[in-house]
Design a protein around this ligand. Structure first.
Ligand code: PNW
Length: 451
């Protein structure tokens, strides 16, 4: 059988899994950690579905050795995790909390000793509360600059052992959703103008972070992670493919297009009018400085068909009966892992790409033997990996894949009931149990093909 029949991935393809600090670490008040906006948010009434907090979470801060051993036993090759900024700089300024910083030395060393390649995200939404208080968080360019300073420090501290850094994770979820819709921390509902400014400041934050890392860790590979919106031609006629390609560039225009192209698309500026963000001279030099790779988080996607309207495409609405996972926003669209890498390469060139997160929530059935049989997740992963396999077999430069998530964790406003892990966590005992999907993934990794 040839590679395409066995779904074999290219030699050297990296298989990983991802987490983020606030969602797993706990140790919320240990060793001098300062609060983040998410700590504050969790204390407010009616913000989190199960009224939970991140104070203990998976207690990874105290159990990281056990967790690294688990990663190793599953054969994971690269592990993407984020830093709790306020654990390291509790006041968001230059006053270092050495005890907090030392945790990341221990974690990185433990991973390296286990033969696992660490991949560090600098910012995964848990802004130090001090920066929210002092500057208004992402409404201010000061915050963007502080992320640059933090990045420079991180490069100095970890750059000798870590060679892959992601500057930020998903713009929408720490800008619009936090300062426009108010549904994520710090939960502010500001004017459209202010909200658009947070988006711009987020882009600047990425740019400053990239510059900071370039200065202190010149050999490291640096990129960002965006939850890019994939568009899939509903069937593969030439005109549908063209329509989906147009949709991809336009609909990702707020974040990824300006980073790649050094300017906001006209359609965005026209739509926002006077509410468009204030851009200072030189901003786009910072924002669009070249990265080494593009990280994409892909959970779902939209189908597109050609349209005779001037914009040339139509996004097809989902009927409520369309299959989705236990979280309804995760519609099952496996071809997303093919079309997003393909359109990225076609629009912005052949830079290396990582799927920095992909995965799903699923109902976990615990059987009478205590096994967690998450067959829905196994089915989901197999189909999505087939989409990804098509991308690599056609030569699109996707270099690795990070399954979200290593273990069940704090799913932001949904609390602990929504489970994304391939490892089950009992939040009373904190015991970890690999699910059926972990066995599937582990076997896939060991054979470098979809099993
Ligand atoms: C990502 N949506 O967030 C995050 O990077 C993770 O921290 C999170 O746990 C994971 O996906 C699962 O939700 C998203 O509603 C949150 O479209 C929500 C959406 C997308 C991504």
């Amino acid at each position: 059988m040839n590679n395409s029949q066995t779904y074999t991935f290219p030699k050297g393809f990296e298989w990983g899994t991802a987490t983020s600090a606030f969602q797993i670490e706990g140790g919320g008040k240990q060793d001098g950690r300062g609060p983040s906006v998410w700590d504050t948010f969790c204390e407010q009434p009616d913000r989190i579905r199960d009224a939970s907090t991140g104070l203990v979470a998976c207690d990874h801060y105290n159990r990281y050795k056990e967790d690294v051993a688990l990663l190793k036993s599953l054969g994971i090759q690269t592990y993407r995790f984020s830093l709790s900024w306020s654990r390291i700089f509790p006041n968001g300024d230059s006053e270092l909390n050495e005890a907090g910083a030392a945790f990341y030395d221990r974690l990185v060393d433990e991973l390296l000793a286990a033969g696992i390649n660490p991949a560090v995200t600098l910012f995964h939404w848990d802004l130090p509360q001090a920066l929210e208080d002092k500057f208004g968080g992402w409404t201010s360019r000061e915050t963007s600059k502080r992320l640059g300073d933090f990045a420079e420090w991180v490069g100095k501290r970890l750059g000798d052992r870590v060679d892959r850094f992601f500057t930020i994770n998903e713009f929408f979820n720490f800008t619009e959703r936090c300062y426009g819709i108010g549904h994520f921390a710090p939960g502010r509902v500001e004017s459209r103008k202010v909200m658009n400014q947070t988006c711009h400041n987020g882009l600047l934050g990425h740019g400053y972070a990239l510059a900071g890392l370039r200065a202190s860790a010149p050999k490291a590979q640096v990129g960002l992670v965006e939850n890019i919106k994939p568009f899939i031609p509903v069937f593969e006629s030439e005109e549908n493919i063209l329509a989906a390609s147009k949709a991809f560039r336009e609909e990702n225009g707020r974040y990824i297009t300006p980073i790649m192209e050094g300017a906001y698309p006209d359609s965005y500026l026209e739509a926002e009018g006077e509410d468009a963000p204030t851009v200072e001279a030189g901003d786009f030099d910072i924002i669009s400085a070249p990265t080494d790779f593009l990280g994409m988080n892909i959970y779902t996607g939209d189908y597109v068909t050609h349209s005779d309207e001037p914009k040339g495409y139509e996004i097809i609405k989902f009927h409520e009966t369309y299959p989705s996972m236990s979280e309804p926003w995760i519609r099952i669209v496996p071809d997303s892992l093919y079309w997003a890498p393909r359109f990225s390469a076609e629009h912005w060139g052949d830079r290396p790409m990582y799927i920095a997160e992909s995965g799903c929530s699923a109902r976990d059935f615990i059987d009478e033997k205590g096994r967690v049989m998450d067959i829905e997740r196994v089915l989901y992963l197999r189909q999505y990996l087939k989409g990804l396999h098509r991308a690599t077999s056609e030569g699109y430069p996707v270099k690795g894949y990070y399954l979200w998530s290593m273990m069940d964790n704090f799913e932001w406003c949904d609390g602990y009931d929504t489970r994304f892990g391939m490892v089950y966590v009992d939040f009373d005992t904190l015991e970890r149990t690999p699910k059926l999907s972990a066995k599937f993934y582990s076997e896939t990794i060991s054979q470098n093909r979809i099993v």
